[in-house]
Design a protein around this ligand. Structure first.
Ligand SMILES: [Zn+2]
Length: 324
């Protein structure tokens, strides 16, 4: 959907995580004009986070000579997207739960701000900028934890409590304790953290990252290969269950662990052969295309839709030979 944005204006997209804040400015066409990253002061509280994001925004604005007309944020944690307040967050974020991020950031940058959960923003980014068919799609983020997001009938679904699509905390995949305290969740096998832990339990070698376990698998380490196969199989089973319930035919998977897609894909494909949706339409599980920009691009897309497209309605579609 096109909007007409003056050439001295831009939309800001921000990705706020536990270790870094990344931001970019996009023009009318969705072209990235500038991008930057700063460390996230997560231990210093919400106000420090908002100020760090605002300073980065100001730098990008000065760099491009464009003022910011609207901003979107993809933020870690459970988000109330209507008010832009963080509802719940992990312990590493001090004073983040309850923080009115949209209001605080809007005050600092002088433009309206839309806040989405970071995995929701990732999925919007893949749909709007990464060529993913956006009708009915599940997004899964395999990072430190396992996050999820769902678009149905072309609309991002938040659910009654802001946590629709959270596939990482669905049960039945192991007998291991999850970071949330419950047992057997998908996250216990498929997150980057879990891949390191599962490898340590079986090999006795502790403290490796998911990437280091992947290196060992590629060098022929059988335990490392099995850990990745277990992750791929659990992921595919969870996606097949979701696809069966929601009639999905596509899942897009992002996050740091997809660097090891070569180690996940065989187990995913094998699982989908035996556990396919009852619709008869094959389920496609594919890696994300956008890399690290996805969250910020999706957040910017959400901001455009919220603040710009409503004030500049798109003219009705008229086919050749027809009158409006
Ligand atoms: Zn859990």
């Amino acid at each position: 959907m096109s909007i007409s944005l003056p050439t001295d204006k831009a939309v800001l997209g921000v990705d706020i995580g536990g270790t870094k804040i990344a931001a970019l400015l996009i023009d009318d066409e969705g072209t990235v004009l500038a991008r930057g990253v700063v460390p996230a002061p997560a231990a210093e509280g919400g106000r420090a986070m908002a100020s760090a994001a605002a300073s980065l925004a100001e730098r990008l604005s000065a760099q491009t000579g464009r003022s910011i007309v609207a901003a979107g944020v993809g933020a870690a944690g459970v988000v109330d997207h209507e008010t832009g307040t963080i509802r719940a967050a992990s312990e590493m974020f001090v004073d983040w739960a309850g923080f009115p991020l949209a209001d605080e950031l809007a005050e600092r940058i002088g433009a309206p701000v839309r806040v989405e959960n970071d995995v929701n923003a990732f999925l919007l980014g893949e749909i709007h900028h990464g060529d993913t068919d956006g009708a009915d799609v599940l997004g899964v983020m395999l990072g430190t934890g396992v996050g999820g997001a769902i678009v149905l009938d072309g609309r991002l679904r938040h659910g009654g409590h802001g946590s629709a699509g959270e596939i990482g905390h669905t049960p039945g995949y192991s007998d291991l304790r999850c970071t949330c305290g419950q047992i057997g969740h998908l996250e216990t096998l498929a997150s980057g953290t879990s891949i390191g832990l599962r490898y340590a339990e079986r090999s006795g070698v502790a403290g490796l990252s998911a990437r280091e376990v992947a290196d060992r698998a590629r060098a022929g380490d059988r335990i490392a290969t099995d850990v990745y196969s277990d992750a791929g199989r659990a992921l595919a089973l969870a996606c097949a269950s979701a696809a069966g319930i929601l009639d999905l035919d596509r899942v897009v998977v992002g996050g740091g662990v997809i660097h090891a897609w070569d180690l996940l894909s065989a187990a995913i494909e094998a699982t989908l052969l035996t556990d396919s949706p009852v619709s008869g339409v094959p389920l496609i599980i594919e890696p994300a295309k956008l890399g690290t920009d996805a969250v910020a691009l999706g957040a910017a897309a959400a901001a455009r839709r919220t603040f710009l497209e409503t004030v500049t309605p798109v003219p009705p579609l008229v086919l050749e030979g027809e009158t409006a």
